[in-house]
Design a protein around this ligand. Structure first.
Ligand code: FEO
Ligand code: CA
Ligand code: CA
Ligand code: CA
Length: 593
């Protein structure tokens, strides 16, 4: 039955009721099954998960922490057999490690991680490649899949493109400036048209500690990125994360990483041509002229929206011919104008202000300091650009802007001061040419509770009290061109609801109507999402369940390993809460409608 009567809505499911509790909820008539949990083995020899005695060696053979981006590379074009690729964005010590927390005056005091814990964290970051297969309507992991792979903060990678080998990227351990170990804080991502897995390096600043040597040439560069930040203790045990010992190491992070999933021994490539910033994601589309266009968000308050256009063209008949498409191309940053037009400004050395006068001696310099280059081009400062998804079926591009409570000065594309709930911009590139340098834009949605006039939300009147959302983050366009939005940060205390996955109409009279399809347990954030090409499976990633559980009136207490606000998904006393990947299918089969 169709519970909501949204005129012309392209979504038929019965909406979930918004709320807060210990578990997840999916629309009636659908199953949401746990497929992979933090610590689940993804190789035949993986040790059983023992949360009280976790080791880096075990973690290297197990699914990592805080699953975020979810992609799928089909095997033989199947929507029932393929390689699942999943980012493991970051780790939450207080929920991972027994005994690391003390509660003092109702506040958590988290001890600094010890060497074993640091090494477990490093192994729990990165990504997983896992063969999966659907049998009798249910997904299972193929543990002996020949291409199964863990990528971690220690996996050997190659720097490619204009900044590779640059002196600013050379270190004591790597005088070539081309060989780097690991990736971390991989947030959203993408799968390329040629079937490689792209991982975006987002908040890399948190992994560096120490003080740069006095008058070091990277001081201005690092200040723009907030390096070092010292959230993680990695630098205590690994010199490369201490900028006083290895001052150039931060220049080797903040890139897009491309992984050839067909060869589990392939060396992942950091693609410097795509710029260095707090990369949120990298979703792409083959343009009508064959070049491939990637949309890239830089997730920080007042940072920018970018796109990258490959120099070469995609060859659908020869996978090998595409394997270095990301080594060369043009990076652009967006400037939005009041009249609804926009420009994409090239970040090209020697053009405009990107010259020696401003401290740029080469394209490598422009890329290493992408943000400063974009500042000089006077790009539009945005309200935290997250995932950006092109839609081949209507020629548009959807930009998630999650929030910005520090905004005091509005600009055309970010019209709300103190923007607590974020908004979504829809871009129409001129002539439906995704490589165009001009386009048009409008705001699809200002998010937040439409029943509170001061919020100024613009959901359609068909949107129910369950269907509105704030803080759009990851998003997806399904095979029928429909938009799905995952949220990050709806406060149970303030909104009476957890994060979730929302179906958003973009066409016709129903435009701006949103419905809640799935919601996460308390303390969690909604990631993924991905609908497979046959539309019969949706994968979603539940990140950090139980984190910040004190923010729900129903608990009113801190939440940590020994006393979490939920023990999702196992609900066993001897098992901590575990970030997990969920497969959603329709009961009895059929499309997600
Ligand atoms: Fe990892 Fe921008 O969220
Ligand atoms: Ca995100
Ligand atoms: Ca996406
Ligand atoms: Ca997120």
């Amino acid at each position: 039955a169709k519970a909501q009567g949204a005129s012309g809505s392209r979504f038929d499911f019965t909406e979930v009721e918004a709320g807060v509790d210990e578990t997840h909820h999916v629309a009636e008539g659908y199953d949401a099954d746990v497929l992979l949990r933090w610590g689940d083995g993804i190789f035949p020899d993986a040790p059983e998960f023992d949360p009280t005695a976790q080791t880096p060696d075990a973690q290297n053979r197990q699914f990592g922490y805080n699953n975020d981006y979810v992609g799928y590379v089909p095997i033989d074009d199947s929507s029932e057999h393929g390689l699942l690729v999943v980012n493991h964005e970051y780790t939450n010590d207080h929920l991972m490690f027994p005994g690391i927390v003390k509660v003092e005056d109702g506040k958590l005091v988290v001890a600094e991680a010890d060497e074993n814990q640091v090494n477990v964290e490093m192994a729990a970051h990165g990504g997983s490649v896992v063969e999966i297969r659907k049998e009798d309507g249910k997904w299972r992991v193929v543990k002996d899949g020949a291409k199964n792979r863990r990528i971690t903060a220690e996996t050997e990678m190659e720097l490619t493109g204009p900044a590779a080998g640059d002196p600013r990227i050379q270190t004591n351990a790597d005088p070539t400036g081309r060989k780097v170990f690991g990736t971390f804080n991989n947030c959203a991502g993408g799968v390329t048209p040629w079937g490689t897995y792209v991982m975006a390096e987002e908040n890399f600043h948190g992994y560096f500690m120490g003080e740069l040597p006095a008058d070091h040439r990277e001081a201005r560069n690092y200040e723009r990125y907030g390096v070092p930040d010292g959230t993680y203790a990695w630098g205590k045990f690994h010199n490369r994360f201490d900028v006083s010992k290895e001052p150039n190491e931060p220049n080797r992070f903040g890139w897009i990483v491309e992984v050839d999933v067909e060869d589990p021994n392939s060396v992942p490539k950091k693609r410097t041509a795509m710029g260095r910033f707090k990369h949120e994601g990298a979703e792409s589309i083959v343009n009508k002229d064959g070049r491939v266009v990637f949309y890239l968000g830089d997730d920080e308050r007042f940072d920018y929206v970018y796109k990258f256009v490959t120099a070469g063209t995609y060859n659908p008949d020869d996978r090998a011919a595409n394997m270095d498409l990301l080594a060369e191309g043009t990076l652009y940053v967006a400037k939005f104008a009041e009249d609804g037009t926009m420009e994409w400004l090239p970040l090209t050395f020697g053009e405009g202000p990107l010259t020696a006068e401003n401290g740029f001696e080469s394209q490598a310099d422009v890329l290493i300091e992408t943000r400063r280059a974009a500042d000089l081009l006077e790009a539009t400062p945005m309200d935290r650009p997250e995932d950006i998804q092109p839609n081949g079926s209507n020629g548009r591009v959807y930009v998630m802007l999650t929030n910005n409570t520090k905004r005091e000065e509005p600009n055309p594309a970010n019209p709300r001061v103190d923007n607590a709930f974020g908004h979504i911009i829809e871009i129409a590139e001129d002539d439906e040419d995704f490589a165009a340098t001009t386009g048009k834009w409008e705001i699809l949605l200002k998010c937040g509770d439409p029943s509170v006039a001061a919020v100024g939300a613009t959901f359609s009147t068909e949107t129910t009290k369950n269907g509105w959302f704030g803080m759009p983050d990851n998003c997806e366009i399904d095979a029928e061109g429909r938009l799905w939005v995952a949220t990050d940060g709806m406060s149970p205390k303030k909104t009476g609801r957890t994060d979730g996955l929302f179906a958003v109409d973009t066409e016709g009279e129903a435009r701006g109507t949103s419905k809640l399809f799935f919601r996460v347990p308390i303390g969690a954030e909604m990631c993924g999402p991905l609908l497979l090409p046959d539309m019969q499976t949706a994968f979603v990633a539940v990140q950090h369940p139980a984190d910040g559980g004190e923010d729900w009136e129903g608990f009113g207490r801190p939440s940590y390993y020994e006393d979490p606000s939920t023990r999702w998904p196992d609900f066993k006393e001897d098992m901590p809460v575990r970030p997990s990947l969920i497969a959603i299918t329709k009961q009895g089969g059929g499309k997600i409608a």
